[in-house]
Design a protein around this ligand. Structure first.
Ligand code: GLP
Length: 246
């Protein structure tokens, strides 16, 4: 994997937004995989600014968000869908019908995952996938465990992951759903290009395990070692265990 260590998180975020904008200019019908969490907030802010300056047009872009909390309707303020509306979608000109999301309130989780995977297949897979990483090595909500699932699936959330997202639920971890729907490892590895962003010291151990550790379902991000076109963008703190690219 190709590693870049940036001087600061805002610098990496601006470079990432510029890269996304350039990819859209090159292919206006780009299929983009999008994460949530704190990590991509500045990327979304920069992309909104580029859009407002007329430097990027999202009208033909298709997006797939990678995960959603099970049991939350799209309009629930704690849902990832609401997060995306707040921070990104409502500020740009994406066509609503080209926004794809798991519906956390779907009655049958398995059927909802099949629906999502079919939409992804119809779209031709992801051209560009932006990823964050959890401190336990999770990507999207593919949690560490004894095995991984290829397709989209319902995932039981670890206590660590629930703590990490408690801020979306008024800092009350008991309000965080116990499960989520997530893109599977196959959809991730089939993306044509992946940029994984990780900032801050809390990500350093996961980054080292992802890059240097064995490929193991105990660190789902380690499977990205099998992908031929992954860039890992870090700041000095998340990259403290990394000595350059390999
Ligand atoms: C969250 C999301 C992931 C995200 C990760 C890191 O729970 N499910 O998609 O990449 O955990 O979050 P953060 O960027 O807030 O550290």
């Amino acid at each position: 994997m190709n590693v870049r260590v940036f001087a600061s998180e805002p610098e990496a975020a601006a470079a990432c937004a510029a890269l996304v904008a350039a990819a859209i200019r090159e292919k206006p019908s780009l299929v983009l995989g999008l994460p949530t969490g704190r990590t991509p907030l500045n990327v979304y802010r920069e992309l909104v600014a580029l859009h407002q300056r007329g430097q990027v047009d999202f009208s033909r872009v298709t997006t797939f968000n990678l995960d959603e909390f099970l049991g939350l309707a799209p309009d629930d303020p704690s849902s990832y869908r609401a997060y995306m509306e707040r921070h990104f979608f409502q500020h740009i000109n994406l066509a609503p019908e080209r926004i794809h999301f798991f519906d956390g309130s779907a009655e049958r989780a398995e059927r909802e995952c099949v629906r999502y995977d079919l939409k992804l297949l119809e779209a031709g897979g992801l051209d560009l996938l932006l990823l964050g990483i959890g401190p336990n090595g999770h990507v999207a909500f593919i949690e560490p465990g004894d095995s991984l699932q290829a397709g989209s699936h319902r995932a039981r959330l670890s206590r660590e992951s629930r703590l990490a997202v408690a801020s979306l639920f008024g800092d009350d971890v008991w309000k965080v759903p116990l499960a989520a729907l997530t893109l599977g490892m196959a959809g991730m590895l089939q993306a044509r290009r992946v940029i994984l962003l990780a900032f801050g010291v809390s990500k350093a151990a996961a980054v080292t395990a992802m890059l240097r550790g064995p490929i193991t379902p105990m660190c789902p991000a380690s499977f990205l070692q099998l992908h031929g076109n992954v860039e890992v963008w870090l700041d000095a703190e998340s990259g403290r265990g990394v000595d350059g690219s390999r």
